[in-house]
Design a protein. Structure first.
Length: 191
């Protein structure tokens, strides 16, 4: 085979590999967990509880990752301290949820969803006061949504253990929301 044909064959092989890899887009961890639970939980009362567990796990992982980011990037001491609280509290809650999900045969994601990975990536590009403000603003929004989801699970969940876990986490989430609001208010005053 002459060199020209060899290079041409390599080029075609590279195109074929690229085409195959594009067709095999990996599903994100959250979608995989949801699909697994659809199969396992569709005929049970745990479907809504499974959906809650998947969302809580994905959100909890994001809180920990963003908390670690705040520990290293935040310039305001209040924001740094808040990030440390997120790592500690959500890290513990994530481990509890993981154990509970295993007991209930509920699949939860083991890495951030594409949506939450994008949030992380966008925030990681910021620095200084811009980072601090964006982070605490995101934490206010996220914790407001979390409190609604956890309250709904605590009131309407079908699984007693997941209901109890969600109920037990509500005071911590409410405390986090207040901390985030206070930090946001402090940063807004600095302009």
């Amino acid at each position: 085979m002459n060199m020209k044909k060899y290079v041409h064959a390599l080029f075609l092989l590279a195109i074929m590999i690229a085409a195959v890899s594009c067709g095999n887009k990996q599903q994100d961890s959250k979608e995989e967990a949801q699909d697994a639970n659809k199969e396992k939980l569709s005929d049970t009362d745990l479907k809504a509880d499974g959906d809650f567990a998947v969302e809580a796990a994905d959100g909890g992982m994001l809180e920990v990752q963003l908390g670690k980011l705040a520990e290293s990037k935040a310039i305001d001491p209040q924001v740094k301290a808040f990030g440390q609280s997120m790592v500690a509290d959500h890290g513990k809650a994530n481990e509890e949820l993981k154990s509970l999900a295993q007991q209930k045969n509920i699949t939860i994601p083991d890495s951030l969803s594409d949506k939450n990975r994008k949030k992380y990536d966008e925030l990681s590009q910021k620095s200084g006061t811009e980072f601090d403000k964006a982070y605490v603003s995101m934490m206010v929004d996220d914790h407001e949504k979390d409190i609604d989801a956890f309250r709904k699970e605590s009131e309407k969940g079908n699984d007693a253990d997941l209901k109890a876990w969600a109920t037990a986490k509500l005071p911590t989430l409410t405390h986090h929301l207040e901390m985030a609001k206070q930090a946001k208010e402090t940063l807004d005053k600095k302009k």
